[in-house]
Design a protein around this ligand. Structure first.
Ligand code: PDD
Length: 283
């Protein structure tokens, strides 16, 4: 029976319910996190908690729990799931109120819930890479906040699938911002290049770790926006996230990226990332 956490209780996922007036449901008024757990060990948990804190603060919800409370929940949920690689999904909504009103409630009572989801890196992607297409980025201008307003992401991914691709790279003002649920990294003239943090994209925990690992390995890195016209010239393109880890994009808009196979810089950084998972050394 898959376990869920809901407002202080552990129960079967099928029995965990929220009222239909919950503001997360009605307004997307909520923040979420996805934290990987490998062999029982949460990975990069502090960075996820820091982003959770920033997101909640930005939308004016007080974090109902401390990092150690959250860790306890993560441990309980991940222990109940035997999978070696899992992601703990957690969400905090502003709570449920009678009726439906846009204005913020004076005394919010947030709802919190969490559950574990098994994930396995796809061996086909690791060997052959992904096919991505570019799509217009029609999201709001606070994509740095991990809110549950994900409909544009969901629809862009659906468009990609309809066009026979695996994912979409979202483009606004000529700049390739990120994937539908991942950050974008390109190797341009041998330089690992990715946008600076901004309200237009999520400050990915995985991307930050990749930058630290790459810098430590002496790989030249640059934080600058990548223009969409630069993408066809890229030696390599990657999409990074906590559950995707680092996925090489080997086809973009039906054309090969580089020589159409996962590239040498990806091979190197992927290996560093795998080593970090088994032996985190505070990179
Ligand atoms: N998504 N950008 C977007 C829009 C994302 O949704 C995500 C992660 C990332 C990568 O962030 P991180 O490296 O911290 O996982 C970037 C999660 C995995 C999700 O929605 O399931």
């Amino acid at each position: 029976m898959p376990l869920a956490y809901l407002n202080g209780n552990y129960l079967d996922q099928t029995e965990a319910h929220l009222p239909l007036t919950d503001r997360g449901l009605l307004f997307g008024d909520s923040i979420y996190e996805v934290i990987p757990v490998y062999h029982g060990q949460p990975f990069q948990a502090d960075a996820h908690f820091a982003r959770l804190q920033q997101g909640l603060q930005a939308i004016r919800i007080a974090n109902p729990l401390s990092p150690s409370d959250w860790l306890q929940i993560i441990t309980t949920l991940s222990t109940a799931n035997p999978a070696p690689a899992q992601a703990i999904y957690l969400q905090i909504t502003r709570g449920a109120y009678a009726g439906r009103a846009h204005q913020l409630p004076e005394q919010p009572q947030p709802n919190l819930f969490a559950f574990s989801k098994t994930f396995t890196p796809d061996p086909h992607i690791l060997q052959h890479g992904l096919h991505a297409i570019t799509q217009p980025d029609v999201r709001w201008h606070r994509c740095d906040l991990k809110t549950t307003n994900l409909l544009p992401n969901v629809l862009a991914l659906a468009d990609a699938h309809e066009q026979g691709a695996d994912d979409a790279i979202l483009v606004r003002d000529g700049i390739a911002r990120e994937g539908t649920s991942s950050n974008l990294i390109a190797i341009l003239d041998g330089i690992l290049t990715t946008s600076p943090d901004s309200p237009e994209l999520l400050p990915g925990v995985t991307r930050n770790l990749i930058l630290r690992l790459a810098a430590k390995a002496g790989i030249p890195c640059a934080r600058r926006d990548v223009h969409v016209d630069e993408l066809p010239l890229a030696d390599e393109i990657w999409l990074s996230s906590s559950t995707r880890e680092i996925a090489p994009v080997t086809r973009l808009n039906q054309r090969p990226v580089g020589n159409g196979t996962p590239g040498p810089v990806w091979q190197q950084v992927h290996a560093l990332y795998q080593a970090e998972k088994t032996n985190p050394d505070d990179a």
